[in-house]
Design a protein around this ligand. Structure first.
Ligand SMILES: [Zn+2]
Length: 276
């Protein structure tokens, strides 16, 4: 399976990860200057190819939607090229406090990348914001909003982006479409609150952190609701397990049946339950 480079609007290109792999988004202005949203060093060739296919002559900013390795591990690569990296202070402090061991663990299966990129290491964003900020290029106004409820929803850094000129909303990992989410780094009740604040957001196109992009606000709303209801259901069952009224096998079976049957990345279900 290969990633798909999808043109979401005139200036927005989403590199949709295969089988629910991480999405990366490129916003390009008329001069060919780009803002890149999230980047994983394991997929840097794909990202470089996507930038080329999208017609970008240079990257002006890299934005991290949150601290997880699959969204931030190419920070080193772009920092070396002098590109500023923007993230919420929640994201930066999570990386500073817990990012090191996570980085090493995730790099274990791909040691060859240390040879290819000498000095490769966890690299913190160098531009931080607290609640909201704007990143602009000529023709591009990008609104960044920190969404981690009480500092921790899907992650500690959760940031959404809204590209004003073309009404594109980039949700980061607060939203997964058509695939099971990763919940074991999360505070699920807070994540539910964050999702509620997104039900009424406005956009023409919606790009989730994982899974296909969504055309139109109505369909987008349905996906935000589905995400909310999935997490609420899952969390309710986790409480039943805690109380000894349900087994983890029963929950796994439930999360793989009914309306969840069509969701991809099914291996996440057992991991989400085990790590709880
Ligand atoms: Zn994540």
């Amino acid at each position: 399976m290969e990633s798909e480079l999808k043109q979401v609007s005139e200036s927005v290109f989403a590199l949709i990860g295969p089988q629910g792999g991480t999405n990366f988004t490129i916003i390009k202005n008329r001069a060919g200057h780009a803002v890149l949203i999230d980047a994983d060093i394991r997929r840097i060739d794909e990202i470089e190819e996507a930038l080329q296919l999208a017609g970008c002559s240079r990257v002006e900013y890299l934005i991290d939607t949150h601290e997880h390795f699959d969204h931030t591990s190419a920070n080193f690569y772009f920092a070396q090229r002098g590109i500023p990296i923007v993230a919420s202070s929640g994201c930066v402090s999570a990386m500073r406090e817990q990012g090191g061991p996570d980085f090493e663990r995730m790099m274990k299966p791909v040691p060859e990348l240390y040879e290819r990129f000498p000095g490769l290491c966890l690299t913190l964003p160098d531009v931080q914001f607290t609640d909201r900020t704007k990143v602009t290029l000529p023709g591009v106004t990008l609104h960044l909003d920190y969404r981690a409820e009480n500092g921790h929803s899907h992650s500690k850094g959760d940031t959404t982006l809204y590209f004003e000129e073309e009404e594109v909303f980039i949700a980061g990992d607060l939203l997964y479409t058509e695939v099971h989410p990763v919940t074991f780094f999360s505070n699920i009740p807070n994540w539910l609150s964050s999702l509620k604040t997104l039900f009424d957001s406005h956009y023409k196109q919606l790009v989730p952190g994982h899974g296909p992009s969504v055309d139109g606000e109505q369909r987008g709303r349905a996906y935000f609701r589905k995400m909310h209801d999935y997490l609420e259901d899952f969390y309710g069952h986790l409480q039943e397990i805690k109380a000894g009224r349900e087994s983890s096998d029963e929950l796994a079976q439930h999360m793989l049946s009914g309306s969840y049957r069509s969701l991809g990345k099914t291996r996440m279900v057992q991991r989400n339950i085990n790590q709880f």
